[in-house]
Write a protein that binds this ligand. Structure first.
Ligand SMILES: [Ca+2]
Length: 511
């Protein structure tokens, strides 16, 4: 049976495996594009992909080889742990292996030969990926369950840790906590961290091997003991603060504090019967993808959501680069049964008429606007033409060639801008769509220049000769200015200077 078959089977067996939230989008989109749905990957047994680390160094038995006894028969000490022998070694990976043919394989520690120094062992289970636990976490101890231990979780890939559940045969003595069971909890305090005595009391090593972190029982508080009313649970997950987070972790750690004692005090004359041995750890969980992915895969040995809804990141916790249109939001289980994708990063908001696939969100005016409009377009939706271009009305707005260059003549036009129909605004004397030709009575000379004289009307005065319409060559004693005024050509020569005024008049005028 392949892994995918195993996973499919698990999905059927587990309560969260119903066919709900299993697709991210409709297969056949309408004109407006596909419909998006809240979606999440199926649960799997995460022991298949966990990394196991055991501390302190040297805690695993067999180096040097060591004999050990059992609690059930402390006088039969024929068993041996030897790290150099494949048959007698008990390395950490045997906590997560797939056992075949009924053969139980287990990790085992050194014995408590250093009593009264405590026998401490930490087992760190690493995924470095946000996971949401969907079924009981079950740790199977061979040769007796610890007298006290703590299950811890990290939600930041092992940077910080917090207790998940305390386990002791005497909670008050071990942790100063009153013993509780999950069934004692109410909906209002279901996320409380408790100490339970249910999995630590001595009942015989073979009779009871499991230490459980109860997930089903906690779900059952909302969904009923048989987990039939999952809708109630999904609703609670969405509306009760901290509930989803309680079931979320990236790594787990078991802190084993005191081994099984066989129901009595520590017997110093036979310390070889005290040790820890774990044969299996089951962690049924799904990748947390913020309801934006229906698959999760190993990439470069790390779990990674296969994000939909134009989201990206290991947990689909942001918009993908081309779709940075809006503040990212997680999907929602509500309203049931399909939930809401909250696909904040998708198309309709970032509608750029095919001239861009990037938007940015301007928070304070609550506007999504296209960025980097191509094909000489501009505007919030790339719906206008850039300065110097006009829209070809016969083409659709989405056509690459919809914006046509105005080509307004630099000398003949008032500005590079043209009208909607492509007409440039011309300076005096210039004409044509591009203002690159002259009106009658003007000559093109770096733009339309008004003619000073005219070949037909011969407007050079006093017998001047018209040259290039712009200048009069005047007869002797006439002056000509060659500017564009049109009137100053071939004036009479200047008059001699006036004679001085009569002295008397001059005196009068000065009084
Ligand atoms: Ca095993």
């Amino acid at each position: 049976m392949s892994i995918s078959h195993v996973l499919a089977l698990l999905a059927l067996l587990l309560p969260w495996g119903r066919c709900q939230f299993d697709v991210c989008r409709s297969l056949h989109g309408s004109k407006a594009g596909p419909e998006f749905y809240a979606c999440q990957p199926p649960p799997t047994n995460m022991k298949e992909v966990m990394q196991i680390r055991v501390d302190p160094p040297g805690i695993t038995c067999g180096n040097p080889p060591e004999r050990f006894c059992t609690l059930e028969n402390p006088y039969l000490c024929s068993d041996e742990c030897d790290a150099s022998s494949p048959d007698l070694s008990h390395p950490p990976q045997l906590m997560g292996d797939r056992e075949r043919g009924g053969l139980i394989t287990y990790w085992q520690t050194i014995t408590w030969s250093r009593f009264p120094e405590p026998l401490l062992a930490n087992i760190t289970l690493t995924w470095n990926k946000s996971l949401e636990v969907v079924d009981d976490i079950v740790v199977t101890f061979e040769y007796g369950r610890p007298t006290s231990m703590v299950l811890e979780k990290s939600i930041d890939k092992g940077v910080t840790w917090q207790p998940y559940q305390y386990y002791a045969d005497d909670c008050l003595e071990a942790f100063g906590m009153s013993p509780k069971r999950v069934t004692d909890l109410a909906p209002s305090n279901i996320t409380r961290v408790i100490c339970t005595e249910q999995y630590s009391r001595w009942v015989g090593a073979k009779e009871e091997k499991s230490v459980v972190f109860e997930v089903r029982a906690r779900f059952g508080v909302f969904a009923g003991p048989k987990l039939i009313n999952m809708d109630a649970l999904y609703t609670r997950m969405e509306t009760t603060k901290g509930l989803r987070d309680f079931f979320t972790f990236t790594n787990l750690r078991l802190r084993l504090l005191r081994p099984a004692l066989g129901g009595t005090y520590v017997q110093r004359d036979n310390l070889l019967k005290y040790f820890y041995a774990i044969s299996n750890i089951d962690v049924f969980a799904r990748c947390k993808c913020n309801l934006h992915a229906s698959q999760c895969a190993l990439r470069d040995a790390t779990l990674q959501c296969e994000c939909d809804h134009n989201t990206a990141g290991q947990d689909c916790q942001s918009c993908s680069r081309e779709f940075t249109s809006r503040t990212w939001r997680p999907g929602s289980y509500l309203p049931l049964p399909k939930g809401t994708a909250n696909a904040c990063c998708w198309g309709t908001d970032c509608e750029c008429n095919g001239h861009s696939n990037r938007c940015s969100y301007i928070d304070f005016i609550n506007v999504v606007t296209c960025v980097s409009c191509k094909h000489n377009t501009r505007g919030q939706n790339c719906q206008y033409c850039r300065l110097g271009y006009y829209q070809n009305a016969s083409l659709p707005l989405t056509d690459e060639n919809v914006c046509v260059e105005c080509e307004c003549h630099a000398d003949g036009s008032v500005s590079p801008r043209c009208s909607d129909s492509g007409l440039c605004q011309c300076k005096d004397g210039a004409t044509g769509r591009r203002c690159d030709s002259c009106l009658p009575g003007y000559t093109w000379r770096g733009g339309g220049v008004a003619n000073v004289c005219d070949g037909e009307r011969l407007v050079c005065r006093n017998g001047g000769t018209c040259v290039d319409f712009l200048r009069c060559v005047c007869p002797e004693n006439f002056t000509g200015k060659h500017s564009s005024g049109g009137e100053q050509n071939c004036l009479n020569p200047p008059l001699p200077p006036p004679r001085p005024l009569h002295p008397v008049l001059s005196t009068l005028s000065s009084e």
